[in-house]
Ligand binder design. Structure first.
Ligand SMILES: [Zn+2]
Length: 338
């Protein structure tokens, strides 16, 4: 332990701290504390048409952030990677801080077991895309990928409202409706690489076609494009999209469908905490009150007392903090410093 601590002190990762009072017998102890600025990482959220970037310290506190939109129809993955790398290089120069250990990229779809490729992303159409290698070539930094909403769920468990919570389900609404589950601190990856597909629970066999090829999935009713149309809006979705919907006749059926699907998810996955992000994280209090009133009667009795529903800790840039949390786990806290 002394040897390890000496190494960390030498690297500047920890520093000596005051001990309030010596206790017990034997060699006096020495308290140490993490030096958050010893290293930085970058987190990137690659969404369908939107990229968010954050450089953070070792506690996932932001040092610099940026975001930009892109046209899925016109931009190739290589275009998006090149522009992201260029924007990241600008942020790194702006921060002018300690060595950046690596990059975590939160991607819109499940990733392969070694976290190097996107397997299949429905909303972008990207399949078997070796994105980590592309980012490494463009940035010169080590890169690791993770499913986007799993990444944000991990960020909540490590640095946000999900700390010390055994099972956290994160539900994220933007282009689509995604979910991520972290159990006992580990992202749940069914089949070694899958994702929790809450948005593709079929709630009506006669429903509208879904991007996955099925009909009547939750996501075919609850996605940004459909909700924008229902609110009579065009262009970039406003941050108060859910509030704007509240006065429309779409609101009640939207809430019912969301409640139905969350009840199924709670009974199957038994989360202690559900965190809502994206447009759901910015929804009015009335939506949270509706869920807290209508979900408990529909789940198993032991879940009624346990369940909590909260807003995301990370605001609109939650995906970038998700990427940073993955990078911190991979390149720092797991000991894989390169
Ligand atoms: Zn579907």
């Amino acid at each position: 332990m002394t040897h390890l601590t000496a190494e960390l002190l030498r690297d500047g990762v920890v520093s000596e701290a005051e001990i309030a009072e010596a206790a017990g017998i034997g060699r006096p102890g020495q308290a140490i504390k993490l030096s958050p600025d010893a290293f930085h990482v970058a987190g990137i959220h690659l969404g369908a048409g939107l990229v968010q970037i954050a450089i953070t310290d070792l506690t996932a506190s932001a040092k610099a952030t940026a975001s930009f939109g892109f046209s899925l129809r016109e931009a190739t993955p290589d275009d998006v990677v090149a522009r992201t790398a260029e924007t990241l290089a600008g942020l790194i120069a702006e921060v002018d801080g300690p060595r950046l250990l690596g990059v975590g990229v939160a991607v819109p779809g499940p990733v392969n077991a070694d976290q190097r490729s996107i397997l299949a992303s429905i909303n972008t159409g990207w399949r078997n895309l070796p994105l980590a290698a592309k980012f490494e070539t463009e940035t010169g930094l080590p890169v690791v990928l993770e499913h986007n909403v799993s990444s944000i769920a991990l960020a909540e468990v490590r640095y946000g409202i999900g700390r010390r919570v055994p099972a956290v389900l994160y539900v994220y609404l933007r282009t689509g409706l995604g979910a991520g589950l972290v159990v006992d601190g580990v992202p749940f990856r069914p089949g070694g690489h899958g994702a929790v597909e809450l948005g593709h629970i079929q709630i009506s066999q006669d429903g509208p076609p879904c991007s996955c090829g099925n009909h009547g999935c939750l996501e075919s009713y609850v996605n940004e494009r459909v909700l924008m149309r229902a609110a009579g809006l065009e262009g970039v979705a406003p941050s108060n999209l859910m509030e704007r919907l509240e006065a429309t006749e779409t609101w009640a059926p939207t809430l019912d469908r969301l409640t139905d699907s969350l009840a199924i998810a709670i009974n199957l996955l038994t989360p202690d905490l559900i965190v809502l992000g994206g447009h759901l994280g910015e929804a009015p209090d009335s939506m949270f009150a509706h869920l807290l009133k209508n979900l408990p009667p529909r789940v198993m009795p032991h879940m009624r007392d346990i369940l909590r529903i909260e807003r995301t800790s990370f605001g609109p840039l939650s995906g970038a903090f998700g990427g940073a949390a993955v990078a911190l786990d991979h390149f720092f806290y797991s000991g894989v410093r390169q």
